[in-house]
Design a binder for this molecule. Sequence first.
Ligand code: PPS
Length: 568
Amino acid sequence: TLIAPHGGSLKNLYLSADAAAAEKQKAREYVSWDLSHRQLCDIELLLNGAFSPLEGFLGEADYDRVVREMRLADGTLWPMPITLDVSEAFAATVKRGERIALRDPEGALIAVLEIGDIYTPDKAVEAQGVFGTTDDTHPGVAYLMHKAGPVYLGGRLFGMEEPPHYDFRHLRNSPAELRALFNKLGWRKVVAFQTRNPMHRAHQELTFRAAKLSQANLLIQPVVGMTKPGDIDHYSRVRCYEHLIKQYPEQSTMLSLLHLAMRMGGPREAVWHAIIRKNHGCSHFIVGRDHAGPGKGRDGKDFYGPYDAQALVAKHAVELGIEMVPFQEMVYVEELAEYVPQDEVQPGQSVLNISGTEFRRRLMEGLEIPSWFSYPEVVAELRRTHPPKHLQGFTVFFTGLSGSGKSTIANALMVKLMELGGRRVTMLDGDLVRKNLSSELGFSKEHRNINILRIGYVASEITKNGGIAICAPIAPYAQTRTEVRSMIAPLGGFIEVHVATTVETCEQRDRKGLYAKARAGIIKEFTGISDPYETPENPELRIQTEECTPDEAAQRILLKLESLGYIR
Ligand code: PPS
């Protein structure tokens, strides 16, 4: 028989069809809470028993003890507070003992919560207790401090319908389903592997060794809910796993996705992951180097030691019941043409390694990725969704005073890009945007910012889809420009060009006669005359139009784009 779930029995918090239908009627009268992405992840694993023995979101007594001692109020080992955070305004509309409807963003009724507790957590205490730090460069702390609402609701859950998924349905299994599958296949011992990254040869080697070592079948169970911000998207990863799975002996290995929202909580997270795998019927769990590690803090130091997670899981081995398979980092030994755990490397052997960061860099630059590092199918899959820079989209964002020459240079740049060919270019000139996207807006600070954020949004969509966006608004406020940059930079290139023509020159030229009107007070809030312009501090390029022609300016931008790798 398979390993018993944590706490003894596998929870299933879904109501029967009849009970659900009746509750659904009543729920029309309940107050509704729209679940956040993270809450949707949590609730899915609560309802299907992956978080057994939990039967809902933690009440205050459980929460306090989990934070302080890693235990539920009844003493059961439980490392992670699973809480329903809400706004103060929402909390004020509900009372203890009431039921509320928990809905997904489409409005589907996922579950009903019977409120047992309404409480205000001390988030600094929670951060310190759970993550060992209040430094908000830790993604778990950042979420807690800046995203999670200030009030928690605890209570029992009654599941109505599973949160829907439209992707990779054939790879999603609840704990009960996985247990049934293991039984059907006659798998008694199963070693689980947790991952949030694409898997390469080192991971294949490690997992295969772990399976041999524990004489168990292998479950690759990657997280597809929420991982560390900046990770490779799960669509690409899952297609990679599907290639990788073919590298194992037939019938030995299974791939199944876990809709977990990770907290990057290192040691405590490792204990949590082990419990979740135990609930899925796994007898063994691999804990590698720096398991669920959040990286470095503000002080430049790692939040956790590389083997802290292993130590904490080992400490609770008996209560956990699931057996840890600890692993050192796997490295490639050139002489052996083989991967071995770091601690098995002999003196004098040469070790090759490519870090995750270096791997991503090579991907972005379109550089070679050696076959000792990964499988060609995996690399090809990643290259498909992460093309090199010259195939990625980018935005050239001009900023400068009215009449500074932004439009002229922007047009020259567009024409040159068209001449080069092969790319799609969209021009979002100030006047054009004001006509087509922002015709109702004026020139107050608020309206200018709305205007710029709209431009930024459109440019971010173009950039995401591999196109080129050329924006040429005044964009007088630094804060808004920064916001636009942060919308676009994660999706492709962002090149800010400050057209630094002085207000004196602009006024002298006064092509449209606007400066004269502004001086005369006919146009109010005119940038540079009666309204502020905050000079960009670190633009990718600054162009002095007094010193170069539009053609030369456009040429300089092209060279910049070339040097950054966005055009060849
Ligand atoms: S902003 O601040 O970025 O939203 O401005 P933008 O959308 O680029 O629009 C600037 C153009 O609108 C004309 N215009 C004014 N500019 C600045 N201040 C005031 N009060 C104003 N009123 C009208 C002006 O022609 C700008 O065009 P450009 O092409 O920049 O000269």
